[in-house]
Design a protein around this ligand. Structure first.
Ligand SMILES: C[S@@+](CC[C@H](N)C(=O)[O-])C[C@H]1O[C@@H](n2cnc3c(N)ncnc32)[C@H](O)[C@@H]1O
Length: 168
């Protein structure tokens, strides 16, 4: 049977997410910079990132706080509101300081996802240091970032990986 079920798609998405995060932890090792988690959700990927990136400041964005109790970020690094607005409000503070951004904002609504991807393509690049890594569940149309192949163990198209160009 060639048709993927919803369970297949979720499985491949989480597998790709896990592999991309693992790859990115190595890619930013030893490089200074802050980390963004866009979409706290239940806090699973935030928990994963904070455990694998000890000592990194991770700024977490969501419109609501609905995470597992022990995955709640500290209040000084938890920014609640519509990400289009909160990222804009934090633009000066975070400008050119982000070495890794993970965005997990997709829905099952194509139009909303297109709007989210467009917002991220506008708001994220000014925050990234040259060479920064962006991992996203939605494809992003970045001017100043190159798409990267997914690491081994992740199927192309299930997650998306970008590196901000060094000299722009
Ligand atoms: C799929 S969940 C994230 C799951 C999370 N990575 C985890 O592992 O538990 C997506 C989250 O993004 C948030 N979100 C989506 N679009 C948003 C937006 N435009 N502004 C703020 N939050 C948004 C939703 O509220 C939701 O909590």
């Amino acid at each position: 049977m060639n048709v993927l079920t919803r369970l297949d798609k979720l499985y491949f998405r989480l597998q790709a997410q896990h592999e991309c995060l693992a790859w990115a932890f190595g890619a930013i090792d030893g490089k200074p910079g802050l980390v963004l988690e866009l979409g706290l959700g239940h806090g699973r990927t935030y928990d994963h990132m904070r455990r694998h990136l000890p000592g990194r400041e991770i700024f977490v964005f969501d419109r609501e706080v609905d995470c597992i109790a022990d995955c709640r970020p500290p209040p000084e690094r938890l920014i609640v509101g519509e990400i289009g607005k909160t990222l804009a409000a934090q633009a000066d503070r975070l400008a050119r300081r982000i070495i890794l951004a993970h965005a997990d904002l997709g829905t099952y609504d194509r139009k909303r996802d297109d709007e989210t991807a467009s917002m991220l393509a506008t708001r994220l690049p000014p925050l990234l240091v040259p060479g920064a890594i962006v991992i996203s569940d939605l494809p992003l149309d970045f001017d100043d970032a190159e798409p990267l192949p997914l690491p081994d163990g992740a199927q192309e198209g299930r997650y998306f990986l970008y590196r901000r160009r060094e000299c722009t």
